[in-house]
Write a protein that binds this ligand. Sequence first.
Ligand code: KG4
Ligand code: ZN
Length: 365
Amino acid sequence: MPNELNCTKGDTPKDFITLGIESSCDETAIGIYSEKLGLIAHQLHSQIAVHNEYGGVVPELASRDHIKRTTPLIQSALKEADIKLSQINAIAYTGGPGLAGALLVGSSVAKALAYGLGIPALSVNHMEGHLLAPLLETDKPSFPFVCLLVSGGHSMLLEVQGLGDYRLLGESLDDAVGEAFDKTAKLLGLGYPGGAVLSNLAKQGTPNRFIFPRPMLNKNTLDFSFSGLKTFAKNTFFEHQAQDELLNTQLKADIAHAFESAATDVLLAKTKKALMQTGLKTLVVAGGVSANQPLQEKLDLMAKDNHINTYYPRLEFCTDNGAMIALAGHLRLIQGQRDSDNNINIQPRWALDSLQQPLKQYPAL
Ligand code: KG4
Ligand code: ZN
């Protein structure tokens, strides 16, 4: 009987190729993952230029841009992989969480293509994509591990026992840490998206000129709270604002430094606590904020002292990308998991710990 790899006993297994489509927010991205060769293409179009003048993502503009970009990007990805559309065996697309209109674009393209080609489609949880992104690297983590999952919309600590086996240990009670970076950057006039820009400016900051609070650090919980930090940044700015532009530029750098130190200290302390509580020796850090250099340095130091192995995605796969959606979908599709109908279903809110566990673990992991 043919298995999910389309081969009978004795045959050389045929390849199984998954096309991944990401359109949950402000990046249109495509990935192609081959069972035999791993990642064979990834293409991304960023909408920064579309939203920049508004200081944040405008959902309607995001949807319209995804409509323009998705099909040409699929064509570029096929070209990069040097394969034809007919060689694709399955389609994975981001079904949530994310902006409803934006998700609808990716899911409509995915479902229409899958229907036309007569192949399965599968809705993928965007946060599961982030969580599994380090598995795209040659030096990959193995289960079980603790995952610090930090993006623009979520801040979570999870105990990960296997694919789809996610136990939430703690999460942000208000703003996600990426959101706090973005809001603080905005009030300092650094534009959108602010996280990386704020972090860059923080390098010029005077250490310890300002000491920001470390929210929830003394509470016996793995939950976070970041919304107070941006208010602290705002008040500090207005208290110390000067007439002199040069002084104000330094003030902004000092505030950026104080904010980043506080936010990363809290992430470090809670992550260490999660590792101690679970007794696990592997740490995965993923999502847009995992690109933050001071965070990586602090975590690496703590990991070294405690004999923990730490894994991050490569820089371009810390933030949104299509490769992680192709991989996350592939790991499930290869085991026969697929959408049960041809309807276009999206889940703008979709909790990670509600995901289904596939019947068996993927053999290569
Ligand atoms: O994962 P992601 O690309 O999109 C979401 O799923 O939300 O994460 C984007 C978030 C933004 O809030 C962005 O400011 C933040 O990640 N980010 C950073 C850095 N690079 C991106 N935050 C701090 N430092 C960075 N270097
Ligand atoms: Zn994301």
